[in-house]
Design a protein around this ligand. Sequence first.
Ligand code: C2E
Ligand code: MG
Ligand code: MG
Length: 453
Amino acid sequence: MGPAGSANEQFNQNELHAMAYTDHLTGLGNRHRLRDKARQLAADRAADPAPFTVGIVNLDGFKPINDLFGQAAGDEILCQVAHRLKACAPDGATVTRHDGDEFAIILPLVFERAGAERAGQMIKDVLSAPYDLGDRNVRLSASLGFAIYPFAGNDFEELMKSAETALYRSKRRGRGQITVYSREIAQEMKRATQLEQALRNAIINDTVDVHFQPIVRLRDNRVVGFEALARWIDPDLGFVSPAVFVPLAEERGFIDTLSETLLRKAAEATLAWPRDLFLSFNLSSCQLMDPRTSFSTLAILNSVGFDPRRLELEITETAVMTSADTARRIIKDLKDAGIRISLDDFGTGQSSLGRLREFTFDKVKIDRAFVSAITTDRTSEHIIKAIVTMCEGLDLEVVAEGIETEAEADKLRALGCGMGQGYFFGKPVDTAATLRYLSEHHHEFALVERASA
Ligand code: C2E
Ligand code: MG
Ligand code: MG
């Protein structure tokens, strides 16, 4: 073969090599490049083991972008992210893309936690500016996890695992978080894994229970329904709040199983109540992104023999925001079957009044944060007044959550709030205690009870 041939071959070799190390969508290096770079840095510093840092950057809520605006829009955003990361990366840094919406960066001159956090903050800021998609702008946040060599791992695999653990923690704490790996964080994540195992077992062994808290009509304090609230006491871990285990089940992908079990239990318990009382049940935001939800909900009601018109489902704003089309369809199917929909924790999320009209809710639950301030803080009072007036105009019912004192109940009544819920009227209690509550507080139920006694 002539010299021209071998040059050509050489070129192809290089090209092949480059291809194997390049992410084709963004033109950044890929995971192989990252691994080589990390190994090379570690080798360079073998004699004098100076630290360096590797960070993983993961976009929050990227998946719905593909679903909502299409693959091309998703790709466009990934390219813009790549561009921004490269532009903001300090000298000597290497930026790579792994897969999907996950990027990595090696920072040879970042040696300790504070430096990693600073770099993280900068990346986070750069990525949070709107993305231009031609006909619209999209905003995204990013979660970051950092691991510092050699403390967080002596080889590439271990280092990346630590960075993944840090990222995982960031994700668990919500959007736009930055975590630098440490032994404490590894411990914390280990406990979360134990918690997850315990919860999975509790679901299998059917030891997650449901309690009920009365919702009353403020005009005469008459009980009109109950909210079902999940309760779990683990033999080792003790009482675990649903505010902890519900998000855990969402994150680990078994909220549907948990929720179905709870709905079945709640509906079964409700059968023993007077028929004029409704059951209010919390739907997780993940369930509003899952098209199977309406079918499984109706199937459970059907198998229990529960009239869907007695059911209200509480949903939050985050749920309807992230996957609006799916959510709209699910809500429509549920409403067609006679189920009513309440907007929970109103006023705390990214409230959009337009959404109230768009989603045809039946009821709004004012968050406890406003209610508990109502007797001391004029602003909260005005906010509640405004919500009540607005709901009147939109023909929506209103429940004030977290009423703890008579003074709060009086104030809310005076402001025209229709319904209330809170420790003042009754704490959440188990099925048997709920029946006792009814025999004390529900006139007709008490009569029937007495008659059959
Ligand atoms: P949420 O739906 O807003 O429920 C109201 C929370 O406020 C409950 O907390 C309830 O016990 C508490 N609460 C009620 N009245 C008062 C009061 O007067 N004072 C105070 N300080 N608190 C009051 P809980 O039971 O810990 O539940 C926390 C959250 O966990 C719920 O907030 C709900 O988002 C979620 N959750 C609970 N059970 C379920 C469930 O079965 N499925 C789903 N998806 N989420 C659930
Ligand atoms: Mg609720
Ligand atoms: Mg609430």
